[in-house]
Each structure stands twice: as C-alpha cells, then as structure tokens.
Write a protein that binds this ligand. Structure first.
Ligand code: PLP
Length: 422
C-alpha cells in the first residue's frame, strides 16, 4: 500500500529513516515516497490497459512540479482547475494534449491561456460558460474542444463537502437537460463537442455509485449518437477512495473490472482523473511534539504542524493515522487530542485518539497526507509553508524549500501616506 514502514522500531520512508530527514530539513515537513507514487500510478494505468485511455492526474491533490513530472514520465496527463494549475502542468512538462480543464468558474483569461496552450479539451459545467468559451475562441480565431460535465444525480456516499454529483450540487449540467445542451453546444460556431464528463465525488469506497453513474452516462452517449452527435471521449472523473483508517475501498483492478464493460460499450477513448488514489498514501507530514498539556477535561499533545499545513481534519473532520517515528514496544497507551499551534479550535489532527504515549521532542508521522495536503496549505498565522521532500530508495530530494519570513511579505507594500512621520 505504501513505503513507510518500521525497521528496528524506527519509521522509514523507503530506505531512509525519517529521523535523518528531520536532521536535514527540520519539522514540519512533507515527505513523499517515489516508489509508492510510481506503483500507484502504474497500478491504475495497467488496470485499464484493455481500453484506450489517458490517466489525467487530478493535480489539485498534489501539484508539486516533481510529482507532476513523474506523472508525465509515466505517460500521464493532468486534470487542471485553474490557470495556475495550467502554468504548473506546463512547467512540469505535461504535454498540452494530455491536459483537461474542469471547474465551474473559469475566467476569460484562463480560457484564453488554455486555448493558447492547445489543451485536449475543456470540461464545461454550464450553458453560460459554453457561451463565454465560444466567445473567447471566436476572438482568437480558434475552436474550443469541449466535454460537457453531466451531473448524474448519484449519491456517492462520501463526505458532503466532497460529493459533487447530486442534484443540488454546483457541478455539471443536470442529466435532464443534457441532450438539449449538447445540441445547442454543437450549434455554436467555435465549439466542438467531443466528450462527456462525469465526476461524482471523492473518497468513494463503494463501486455501486460509479456503476450507476456510468450506466446513466453510457445511455446518454447512446442517445447523443442517435441524434447525430458523436462523442469521442468519455471522461469518468476521479474519486476512488483510499484507506485512511479502516476503510476498504476497491483497488484499481476491482474498480476497472466493475466499469470496463460499460466503458467498452461506449466505444469512446476514456479519460480518467484520479487524484487521491495515486498520491494520498504516498505522503506523510512529519511533525514534532512541542508540549504536553493537561486540562481538567483533556490531555493535549501540541505539535509544530498546524491546520494551515494540513487542513483535512479541520475541513472534513478527516481521520489521519498518527504514528510515532520511534516506537517503543513498552509505551503505554494514552487518549489525547493532537493539536497544532494555530489560534483556532479547529486546529487539530486527532481528537480523543488512543495512541502510544509521547513526550515533548518526539517525532510523529501524520499518515496519508500526500493528497490534499500541501496543496491546501496556507500562510495563516503568518506561518511559512513547509518543505516537501521526495525519497527514492536511499536518496532524498528537496522538491520544495521551506518558505522564509521574506517569502511571507513578498509583494506587499506600505503606501506612502502611511510612512512614519517622526
Ligand atoms: C477533485 C476532482 C478529481 C479528483 O478526485 P480524487 O477523489 O482525488 O480522485 C477529479 N476530477 C474532478 C473534476 C475533480 O474535481
């Protein structure tokens, strides 16, 4: 599943003890395993070997240039959601014809940049966006290839914040308006409708919602064909879940086995946008215990990483396993809240967690932090963002440096009228 494991009671990433990375980089620090990243990408890619496909990695999960370059080297592309992600993907060397662009709020500038770059297609989320796209393409004398994102009205049975395919969701075009929207889109002079897109949510641990959704989408593609609207690409989105604690999501092979018959039936080239399943368990956040604190009601373990470094517990009440970097077979268990230094009650990594007792100065690994970890990090409380390190066998590479205090104020200006008088 991943390449973080104990040797002689000490936690390693591949062949490097995390204690060594702490000496070199300090804490907090994100650490990714190259072997895990490659294995997860290949497992996903290979599972779909029997259909023509492109794995467009959902880079909002992890957009470090080195991680993206690794995806590109394996034949992968990128699912982008902003002009900034387009910039990153291009800088990482992802060919434009392997980039697809989703999101409900693309600006004219972002659309222009993506047309300029020559991306594979836009995943369009509304009629209004379609008209803007047509407009911008027309100004540029270009044609915009689009896949329309369908909202199949499926409950993915995951956290509400990461459910995207229910009727009340802001994403996609209602299935009942699909044929009409496709027909109108095809009539726009600078739009070429080439695909259908559906992405129903994230961290899905059951196959049924995928199958239900794709059954609806496959039927829609049939209808479109019969109306003379041939569809070349089916973009099935991402969303396959991972094990954070005791979930048992299907592996990529089981996922592929369940949906490949439906994919084949469409005769389309398949685009897939996995994010979490590729990088989630390939990364950890290394942190150090600063203080232990007991109030009448609770015991707190205060660590040097905060919600600004890893937002998932605060945002989704998400579970992350927390492992001691040096474990002792004799450590008694304790029930504690593991919290950060940020001035918010939501700044926690675990609440009422029973885990081996720790001391100030101990290193802890917050597991499964490789997806939606660093990409959601902020400078809240004026905390510099932490470094990212890639481990490959016995070598480690700093793929992003720790920010400095100067980085915190870069681009800020004090207007003259505020200049001190005295
Ligand atoms: C977030 C997102 C993904 C990736 O989701 P994962 O759960 O990380 O696989 C794929 N496609 C779209 C459109 C998304 O918004």
């Amino acid at each position: 599943m991943h390449d973080f494991h104990y040797r002689h009671e000490t936690l390693y990433c591949e062949d490097i003890p995390l204690e060594r990375l702490d000496k070199e980089q300090g804490t907090p620090c994100y650490i990714y395993s190259h072997a895990t990243l490659i294995r997860h990408f290949r497992a996903f890619d290979r599972a779909f070997a029997s259909v023509p496909h492109l794995v467009a990695f959902a880079m909002k999960a992890n957009s470090n240039l080195a991680v993206l370059r690794l995806m590109a080297s394996q034949g992968g592309g990128a699912d982008i959601v902003s002009g900034g992600e387009l910039f990153r993907a291009r800088r990482a060397g992802i060919p434009p014809d392997r980039i697809v662009f989703a999101g409900v709020g693309k600006s004219r500038r972002e659309i222009r940049d993506a047309l300029d770059a020559g991306i594979l297609f836009f995943n369009v989320e509304s009629s209004a966006e379609l008209h803007t796209l047509n407009d911008v393409a027309s100004d540029m004398g270009a044609q915009a290839r689009v896949a329309l994102r369908i909202n199949p009205d499926i409950d993915p049975r995951t956290h509400p914040y990461i459910s995207t395919g229910l009727k009340h969701s802001k994403f996609g075009i209602g299935a009942e308006h699909a044929v009409e929207t496709f027909t109108r889109a095809a009539a726009l002079p600078c739009i070429r409708v080439v695909g259908v897109h559906a992405h129903i949510g994230s961290q899905l641990t059951h196959l049924d919602p995928f199958v239900e959704s794709l059954t609806k989408v496959a039927a829609l593609i049939e209808t479109l064909k019969s109306r003379g609207l041939p569809i070349r690409y089916l973009n099935i989105g991402g969303g396959l879940g991972i094990t954070y604690s005791n979930e048992t999501p299907p592996d990529p092979t089981a996922f592929a086995d369940a949906i490949t018959p439906l994919l084949r039936q469409t005769g389309c080239d398949i685009i897939m946008e996995p994010g979490r399943v590729i990088t989630g368990n390939a990364g950890i956040l290394l942190t150090r215990v600063l203080y232990l604190k007991e109030t009448g009601a609770k015991k707190f373990v205060i660590v040097d990483a905060g919600m600004n470094d890893l937002l998932r517990p605060a945002l989704y009440d998400a579970h992350h396993d927390i492992l001691p970097v040096r474990r002792s077979p004799h450590a008694p268990d304790d029930t504690v809240d593991v919290v950060g230094p940020v001035c918010e009650s939501g700044d926690f990594f675990a609440r009422r967690r029973t885990m081996p007792a720790v001391n100030a100065g101990d290193l802890l690994a917050v597991m499964s932090a490789g997806a939606y970890g660093f990409t959601m990090a902020s400078n809240y409380n004026a905390r510099p963002r932490v470094p990212e390190v890639l481990v490959k066998g016995g070598d480690s590479f700093v793929i992003r440096e720790r920010e400095t205090f100067d980085d915190l104020i870069r681009g800020e200006h004090i207007p003259d009228f505020l200049e001190a008088r005295a």
